[in-house]
Design a protein around this ligand. Structure first.
Ligand SMILES: [Mg+2]
Ligand SMILES: [Zn+2]
Length: 168
């Protein structure tokens, strides 16, 4: 039997669940240290996936490594401009992004937020009150998003992309 609306609302309040999705190479076509809004190309299948999960009550949270900031290739502000363009393009598709978490550090800094480090997801769990056991991670790299999900014992899905990988 189908749950009634009140039951569904209560479920949502009690357990907030998220689709944690990678940005470059997963939502948008990867490019070398993507940061120019004019370089933004969005994959159709990522749009379908986000829509489907949103319809099922998942918050959509982007988690992304942006070491281009630490490397001095672009600024935090330039990244925000790219993200704004992405959020507005997705909003036209009817997708609302709850939040975007990024790691600006270099690999050598050994921070805990550069994926597959768990810092970004743990922050979202805390700040947004997400139940990780009800959530899922989607990415394009098994050694990054797959590894991250395995560390946290979370469900995950890796999308196969033909495009070559650039640094992140
Ligand atoms: Mg990626
Ligand atoms: Zn970091």
């Amino acid at each position: 039997m189908e749950k009634n609306l009140r039951g569904m609302v209560i479920d949502h309040i009690l357990t907030r669940k998220a689709l944690f999705i990678d940005r470059d190479g997963t939502i948008n076509v990867d490019c070398p240290y993507c940061h120019k809004p004019s370089d933004l190309r969005i994959y159709d299948d990522s749009v379908s996936i986000m829509k489907e999960f949103a319809r099922r009550g998942f918050d959509i949270v982007i988690v992304t490594n942006q070491s281009g900031i630490g490397r001095g290739y672009f600024t935090e502000k330039e990244m925000q401009a790219f993200n704004s363009e992405l959020v507005s393009r997705l909003s036209k598709e009817g997708i609302e992004i709850t939040s975007i978490y990024h790691c600006p550090h270099l690999p050598e800094e050994r921070c805990d937020c550069r994926k597959p480090g768990t810092g970004l997801i743990k922050r979202a769990e805390r700040e947004l009150g997400i139940d990780l056991s009800e959530s899922i991670i989607v990415g394009d790299r098994d050694d990054i998003e797959g590894e991250l999900a395995r560390k946290l014992n979370m469900k995950y899905m890796i999308l196969n992309r033909e495009k070559k990988q650039y640094g992140d």
